[in-house]
Design a protein around this ligand. Structure first.
Ligand SMILES: *[C@@H]1O[C@H](CO)[C@@H](O)[C@H](O)[C@H]1NC(C)=O
Ligand SMILES: *[C@@H]1O[C@H](CO)[C@@H](O)[C@H](O)[C@H]1NC(C)=O
Ligand SMILES: [Fe+2]
Ligand SMILES: [Fe+2]
Length: 285
């Protein structure tokens, strides 16, 4: 109400967070049961078997040079209508709708922070790697550091790492592993996925999203840290300063998920204007 504006056609769709369905907060991220549980478990099993230090370094060499293609941000978002995230126990519809749901939730709560709304829109667009033949276990799902002990709050920790060679490697399976205490997550190799990829794409293309927004993009899937308090031994002051931002973002990433799908055509012009402001033109991916 502090930000009264003229009629905006994109406001025709407003997710009503209170009424849209009856799902309670504790019903999200159920990794024990539910209709999608087998698909979710299989994705994490592959991820936790194959994400090693060597694998992550290989993926950095393949993706962070942004030589894959050239595309505008809105086209990348809309291409997500071809992707259903196989690690997500809460969503069985294309990721493009989740992009607009998250953005609209943030817009309602933070009308003055257009960059934050844009982060909501784009945060998962790194999943585009899955449309370019990267397997989902190297794209989606929660992230965790490699090169040190896999801590207890990683989902399916007990029964999915048995065949991961790093789990038995004494160089890697101690609390700090290859890292110095408090080295900061900037110096930690995370399991490869859409967070780090999009962060790299944004940096490579000199996008002007504020540091807090870039940080949310980079660590929004790091649930063992931002929601469970693991890996505190590796964070530095910057990480601790950014943690509340990641947690604020997470509310919208998670609790705007609803089978009531947004009217993307109506919302597009508003979000195109944010793209034009912060990450305009054709980007290198
Ligand atoms: C991933 O792990 C599975 C076993 O769970 C294995 O069959 C497959 O070859 C691995 N893929 C890669 C790329 O390492
Ligand atoms: C980003 O900025 C750097 C330094 O100004 C420049 O060298 C580089 O070409 C820019 N990258 C893109 C993709 O425009
Ligand atoms: Fe994500
Ligand atoms: Fe998301």
């Amino acid at each position: 109400s502090l930000h009264m504006q003229g009629p905006d056609p994109s406001l025709a769709y407003r997710p009503n967070l209170a009424e849209k369905d009856t799902k309670e907060k504790e019903d999200y991220r159920n990794f024990e049961s539910g209709t999608l549980i087998d698909r979710v478990f299989n994705t994490y099993k592959l991820m936790h078997t194959n994400q090693t230090v060597d694998f992550v370094k290989l993926k950095h060499s393949e993706w962070t040079g942004c030589t894959h293609t050239q595309m505008g941000m809105m086209d990348a978002i809309l291409s997500m209508d071809q992707l259903v995230d196989e690690s997500d126990p809460d969503v069985d519809f294309p990721n493009s709708f989740h992009a607009f749901q998250t953005a609209e939730g943030i817009r309602q709560a933070h009308p003055d922070k257009d960059w934050f709304q844009l982060v909501g829109l784009i945060h998962d667009v790194g999943k585009i790697m899955a449309l370019w033949d990267e397997p989902q276990w190297a794209v989606v799902g929660d992230t965790f550091p490699v090169g040190c002990k896999f801590q207890n709050s990683v989902v399916f920790r007990d029964n999915t790492f048995l065949d991961n060679p790093d789990d038995k490697n004494p160089k890697y399976n101690t609390k700090c592993g290859i890292y110095e205490p408090k080295c900061g997550f900037d110096n930690v190799l995370m399991s490869w996925g859409h967070d780090e990829y999009l962060y790299r794409v944004m940096k490579f293309n000199n996008c002007s999203i504020p540091e807090e927004g870039l940080y949310m993009i980079r660590f929004h899937s790091f649930y063992p840290w931002h929601s469970h308090g693991d890996y505190m031994n590796l964070c530095n002051d910057k990480d601790l300063h950014m943690l509340p931002w990641v947690q604020e973002f997470n509310k919208f990433d998670l609790y705007t998920k609803s089978t009531e799908l947004p009217d993307v055509e109506r919302l597009k012009p508003y979000y195109q204007s944010l793209i034009d402001k912060y990450c305009p033109g054709i980007l290198k991916w």
